[in-house]
Design a protein around this ligand. Structure first.
Ligand SMILES: Nc1ncnc2c1ncn2[C@@H]1O[C@H](COP(=O)(O)OP(=O)(O)OP(=O)(O)O)[C@@H](O)[C@H]1O
Ligand SMILES: [Mg+2]
Length: 267
């Protein structure tokens, strides 16, 4: 089976008023179908920059990115993005927000009834069947994020990209949505690349945690395998020695990079 994502030798330099700024360099990563990958690193290290490259919202200044072995040259229906601040259209209901995305991808191929089924299935997947007729301003922040996830999954992307999807939520809602996401990825087996600041979230959800060094010129410092069996449950895991070891490894990486930002080799 071809790799879901292949990032080869990627670098990103921005032209700024003060001259060129090297945000990322020498990024290599291959993601297999169905894998869940978290990208973690200090603020400003380049996580969103990398996610935007995979989304095709920007082009790399060096290297190449491939989705299912096809070069990424712009946004496409094979990749769906969920941002930190849900980007729902305020004048459309939850149902209509999801339908908009479904129509964009399937209008030419599927009947109105089939598209309606897709929207309803996606809303059911995130537990929002009851809120389908509500406007974004009539639902909570957590519910809006769930609509964003439904909208992304409804188009059956090969890769789900999420940039701190739960970053703006309170701790309880966040934990609840992490549990839902665990269930959803188990059900859909969608390949996922998620940016997060949260060590527990990264370890709980991921097959691998990709740790970026501090910028400028950030690169992948370490990749941690999370060898925890699935299905996973938050309650059982907190006492698990494997979970604790993974958590400690990520915390240690982030701490070392924070105290020695210039250090690119492990201490
Ligand atoms: N369009 C741009 N032009 C110039 N510099 C940019 C641009 N976009 C990002 N940068 C710089 O690239 C670096 C990485 O930014 P990025 O937004 O990817 O960080 P991040 O890891 O997502 O941070 P955070 O965790 O705070 O969201 C930062 O130093 C930022 O200032
Ligand atoms: Mg960011």
């Amino acid at each position: 089976m071809p790799a879901a994502l292949r990032i080869e030798d990627v670098g990103q330099t921005f032209n700024t008023r003060n001259g060129p700024f090297v945000a990322l360099r020498d990024i290599h990563l291959t993601v297999q179908p169905g894998e869940f990958i978290s990208l973690i690193g200090h603020s400003g290290c380049g996580k969103s920059t990398l996610l935007n490259l995979v989304a095709g919202l920007t082009r790399p200044t060096e290297g190449v990115l491939l989705c299912a072995e096809r070069e990424i040259t712009g946004p496409g229906p094979d990749r769906a993005v969920v941002f930190q601040n849900h980007s729902l259209l305020p004048w459309l209901t939850c149902y209509e927000n999801v339908l908009l995305a479904v129509d964009r991808v399937f209008a030419s191929r599927e009947s109105r009834d089939q598209r309606r089924e897709r929207v309803l299935a996606a809303l059911a997947l995130v537990g929002l069947t009851h809120a389908q007729a509500k406007l974004p301003r009539e639902i909570s922040g957590g519910m809006k994020q769930r609509v964003g996830i439904a909208r992304a999954l409804a188009t059956e992307p090969q890769v789900l990209l999420m940039d701190e999807p739960f970053g703006a939520l309170d701790a309880l809602t966040r934990a609840h949505l992490q549990d839902e996401l665990l269930r959803i990825v188990a059900q859909t087996r969608c390949t996922t690349l998620m940016v997060t600041h949260d060590v527990d979230e990264a370890v709980l959800l991921s097959d691998r945690v990709v740790m970026l060094s501090n910028g400028p010129a950030a690169t992948i410092g370490e990749i941690l395998d999370v060898p925890l069996a699935r299905p996973r449950s938050r309650l059982g895991l907190s006492e698990d020695p494997v979970y604790q070891a993974c958590r400690a490894a990520v915390v240690d990486f982030l701490h070392r990079r924070h105290t020695h930002p210039a250090a690119l080799v492990p201490a």
